[in-house]
Design a protein around this ligand. Sequence first.
Ligand SMILES: NC(=O)c1ccc[n+]([C@@H]2O[C@H](COP(=O)([O-])OP(=O)(O)OC[C@H]3O[C@@H](n4cnc5c(N)ncnc54)[C@H](OP(=O)(O)O)[C@@H]3O)[C@@H](O)[C@H]2O)c1
Length: 150
Amino acid sequence: MRLILACDLKGGIGYQNKLPWHIPLDLSRFKNLTKNGVVVMGRKTWESLPKKPLPNRVNVVISNTLKDIDSAIILPNIGRLKSADDVWVIGGNSLVDSVWEFIHEIHLTLVLSEHICDTFIDLEKIKNNFIQVSGSGFGDHSYEVYKRNV
Ligand SMILES: NC(=O)c1ccc[n+]([C@@H]2O[C@H](COP(=O)([O-])OP(=O)(O)OC[C@H]3O[C@@H](n4cnc5c(N)ncnc54)[C@H](OP(=O)(O)O)[C@@H]3O)[C@@H](O)[C@H]2O)c1
């Protein structure tokens, strides 16, 4: 599974179930990378989406509380998706923690400023288990790709 996330310098990813920033270039990169693919998210991330589902993608929501809906596939756990290379995990942190061992590649947008956040990813865990294979700067953010250090 691949992980795609944006975080600030302290690993902050969300505040009050919203993205703490608005970076149009990052949103269009996210769209281009994930289009026509399968995106897997935690229930709170699904609830945070301003427009549901994310268009032109199969939306999978991991939840034990959501009822069946037409716009997404609800699964109680990650199940067989864990061995699918081409699936995108898109957060939040609770889901990332529970599928961490199955993630082989991380596309990380590092927002180069600090924001008030109430949800964080562990940046140290990424640095200790993955090798950075590319990185580009875009003024207010950088875009980095990591592969698991095997
Ligand atoms: N910056 C970014 O790139 C980015 C990306 C995504 C999200 N976010 C932000 O992150 C925040 C949400 O993240 P979060 O960590 O609080 O929540 P989350 O991971 O999106 O959702 C948590 C919920 O997902 C379900 N879930 C997660 N792992 C599960 C598992 N292994 N098995 C079964 N169900 C599982 C549970 O739902 P039930 O309680 O329904 O069972 C759990 O309560 C929001 O602020 C959002 O805006 C940021």
